[in-house]
Design a protein around this ligand. Structure first.
Ligand code: ATP
Ligand code: MG
Length: 185
């Protein structure tokens, strides 16, 4: 007979998308909440440099149970004078990084995995939407996933349980205010 305490509910898939600010920071807030409940959290960063000193330092100070990793050089936009060789090398790195991520997902060591800016990576063709849907569908049943980034694909939205679209009402940047410490980084 199943007891209440042994029951593990199915994981949820959350998507934070839209043009307004708050997609990554909302994911970080949820990660903090999970961590505080003793859950294991892994954060994958698809766009290099998208996580700033403030949050990296905060995560480092939290210690064990929450980790952040970069997806490698593969997931950046190709510049115009890229040669076929450098593009092939890029693809190779992206492929390796993706394999590592898939291994972590399948390891069942994590309660929550954040895929930061993954929607953006799909939008720019660095990653196929089919691969992302496969990852969602074939993940360990209990795993919670958060996918962030503008332009979430409809196929990803269809797989999700909770989807939030941040709406741009205004942003300080529009009146020339540059990124602020503690707010943007
Ligand atoms: P945050 O990391 O603050 O939650 P985000 O993940 O929603 O933001 P991204 O699209 O990843 O937004 O952009 C990251 C950076 O760009 C952040 O520093 C954010 O403040 C800034 N930013 C977000 N939206 C806008 C906007 N509409 N105009 C100008 N800058 C923006
Ligand atoms: Mg972001």
């Amino acid at each position: 007979m199943e007891t209440r305490s042994s029951h593990v509910p199915d994981g949820l898939v959350l998507v934070n998308t839209g043009e307004g600010k708050g997609k990554t920071t909302a994911a970080l807030g949820t990660a903090l909440r999970a961590f505080g409940n003793g859950q294991k959290v892994l954060i994958f960063q698809f766009i290099k440099g998208s996580w700033k000193y403030g949050e990296l330092e905060a995560i480092r100070r939290l210690g064990e149970g929450i980790e952040i990793r970069q997806m490698g050089d593969g997931f950046v936009k190709h510049n115009q004078d890229a040669t076929e060789e450098t593009i092939a090398a890029h693809r190779q790195k992206a492929e390796e990084a993706w394999q590592k991520l898939c291994e972590e997902v399948q390891s069942d060591r994590w309660d929550l995995i954040v895929l930061d800016e993954i929607n953006y990576a799909v939008h720019f063709g660095l990653l196929s939407v089919g691969a992302v849907v496969d990852l969602i569908v074939h993940r360990p049943k209990r795993l919670n996933l958060i996918l962030t980034g503008r332009y979430a694909a409809q196929e990803v939205i269809d797989q999700a349980d909770t989807v939030t679209e941040m709406t741009l009402v205004k942003h300080a940047f529009q009146k020339g205010i540059r990124a602020r410490r503690g707010i943007e980084y």
